[in-house]
Design a protein around this ligand. Structure first.
Ligand code: ARG
Length: 578
């Protein structure tokens, strides 16, 4: 249990003893400013309103009934009825020693593990992956790692766009190309391939008809056609996998559960919604009209689930996906990581799924939305000539830039070291730059700021980690041998101790709200608290007592391990030396 939760429990007990009704919460939170204790209980004001008494007096009554145990050193009442909580140094030291001795930093697994379906990455296989899929991939992967670390059962679902009418044109073109060359060669660059097919579709006599025939054959399950399609899909998935590899993303081939997997269910689903009167026919199409989402004039929000010609849509597949995940995969929680511009679509799908009872009430549906990656010009990120930026090229550039920077900073590195550090720093920088921004906002992509060794960046944190680790090399100490008491003699040590103890609190917050930037901010604050500690508290210098040295070394080790664990949960690597 984290500090916040523990304090909350202690204060809840005190409130009950003070005769306050159970629905009043103590509202314990970390103190916002220095000088107001370590934590604060802010619930007395709301409780006083509820029972109709003076908040300061009620705060005093809570304090009278408080069992401080060995955790709380002292409390004081401030302002209209805030209770400032000072934690005991001995207790904090013991908590840290326990974390130090535990492989998992003493972070307990959740008491009630959930089955969580995370839908992320989801590129469209007809085309090369581009920067638009970067955000979904890395935000989703960070959440997957974190939820797993907490003990949840995470099911990754890569909802790839592997179906649709555009495949008619692509397969017609592919069937011609493989007369001349290997399929892998023909599909080496999906952008080029797509463009060629499109030109033929628009200009070549008879080609468009063939493309349409392919669509019909594909939908009819024609074996030859399916084989061709499978070939296309396999090669395209390999392209994505190269990127996942480069990005250090945990998605595997078995996590691919593309749109095509729902094909057979689409007619069944539409019929069911029709039979139950949830969907109706409208000008030849099948539509769900959602009164729940009506506009100001009262017009219901329409969601088409079958087109006039009989074709199914993105929305139909998402409905089938929700039903499958809740009923077959037994999800307790479904999180879809996709662009904020798809909000209306997902809201409609969620509302329809609820209305149709496709999932138990208890299952939560979440759209983990993110903003657009912008260029320096404030417009969506594009190449200089206005094309979409290919992810592979972007990542190569990141590694190249980082390698050059590293070589400049440290000319003595061997070629091999330089390449390793360049890769870890370059990829880390791209990922961290994205994860550290509030995901719902648009953000500007900027090489210089993401690769800076100062500020809230991956290189800064990676470098902070290696600096801490270098202390152990200098001291010739194996941190796992350290077992002495942790003494918090100075303010800098105390501040650091409290930060370290807050790691599990932060993880819980991110798991609940799915905002990874909260973890980034925490790691950055931790690194800053460490720098302040390192300035104020010599570790290996002469004049430091043995007791102090061993205590401080343990703090150093906890910082290193917390940084490494936190970065790993974000999908970012660290190095022993850089
Ligand atoms: N393939 C879609 C796109 O590129 C993203 C799919 C996200 N997942 C979902 N269940 N809709 O925009």
């Amino acid at each position: 249990m984290n500090i916040r939760q523990q304090l909350n429990d202690i204060f809840q007990t005190a409130m009950t003893a003070a005769g306050i009704p159970a629905e009043c919460s103590p509202s314990v939170a970390p103190a916002k400013k220095a000088g107001f204790g370590d934590y604060q209980a802010n619930g007395a004001m709301a409780a006083a309103k509820k029972v109709g008494t003076n908040p300061r007096e009620l705060a005093a009554k809570i304090v009278e009934n408080l069992d401080k145990g060995d955790m709380i050193e002292k409390v004081e009442i401030a302002g209209p009825g805030f209770i400032n909580i000072h934690l005991s140094d001995t207790w904090l030291g013991k908590a840290l020693a326990a974390a130090h001795a535990d492989e998992h930093l003493n972070i307990a697994s959740v008491e009630e593990p959930q089955t969580i379906v995370l839908d992320y990455s989801a590129p469209n296989l007809a085309k090369e992956m581009h920067v638009g899929h970067l955000r979904s991939t890395i935000i989703g992967d960070a959440l997957a790692r974190l939820l797993e670390f907490q003990g949840h059962r995470v099911i990754r679902q890569n909802h790839m766009g592997d179906w649709g009418t555009q495949f008619g044109m692509l397969l017609a073109h592919l069937s011609d190309q493989i007369q001349k060359e290997d399929a892998a060669v023909a599909l080496a660059d999906l952008e080029v391939f797509y463009r060629e097919a499109k030109v033929r579709f628009d200009e070549e006599e008879g080609f468009a008809d063939r493309a349409r025939e392919y669509v019909v054959k594909l939908q009819g399950g024609d074996p030859e056609c399916l084989k061709l399609w499978q070939q296309f899909i396999d090669i395209s998935i390999s392209h994505s996998e190269e990127i996942y590899d480069k990005l250090n993303v945990t998605l595997k081939r078995e996590d691919v559960y593309g749109e095509s997997r729902y094909n057979d269910d689409l007619p069944v689903l539409v019929q069911e919604l029709l039979d139950r009167g949830i969907a109706v026919e409208d000008q030849g199409a099948i539509v769900v009209f959602l009164e729940e989402m009506a506009d100001k004039e009262g017009n219901p929000s329409p969601m088409i689930i079958r087109k006039k010609g009989g074709g199914y849509l993105y929305a139909t597949t998402d409905l089938a996906g929700i039903r499958y995940r809740a009923n077959q995969l037994k999800a307790d929680r479904i999180v879809i990581v996709v662009d904020a511009r798809q909000s209306l679509h997902l809201q409609q799908a969620f509302t329809t799924a609820r209305k149709a009872g496709f999932l138990p009430e208890s299952v939560t549906l979440e759209h983990c939305a993110f903003g657009t990656m912008m260029g320096e010009d404030g417009k969506p990120f594009k190449t200089r000539t206005g094309g979409t930026v290919k992810l592979a090229a972007l990542l190569d550039e990141a590694v190249e830039r980082a390698t050059a920077l590293v070589a400049e900073k440290n000319p003595d590195l061997s070629q091999e070291e330089r390449e390793l550090i360049g890769r870890v720093v370059g990829i880390g920088a791209v990922k961290y730059a994205d994860l550290s921004k509030t995901r719902t906002n648009d953000y500007v992509f900027n090489w210089d700021s993401m690769l800076a060794f100062e500020g809230n960046t991956a290189p800064y944190l990676q470098y902070a980690y290696t600096r801490v680790r270098s202390i152990f090399r200098r001291a010739g100490v194996d941190p796992s041998d350290l077992k002495s008491e942790i003494i918090l003699g100075t303010d800098a040590e105390r501040t650091l101790a409290i930060k370290l103890n807050q790691f599990s609190e932060v993880l819980e917050q991110v798991a609940r709200d799915t905002f990874p930037h909260v973890l980034c901010t925490y790691l950055y604050d931790l690194a800053s608290a460490y720098m302040a500690f390192y300035e104020a508290c010599p570790v290996l210098k002469e004049g430091v007592s043995e007791e102090e040295k061993l205590s401080r070394l343990q703090l150093c080790d906890l910082v290193a391990r917390t940084l490494a664990t936190g970065l790993d949960l974000l999908g970012i690597e660290v190095l022993e030396q850089m």
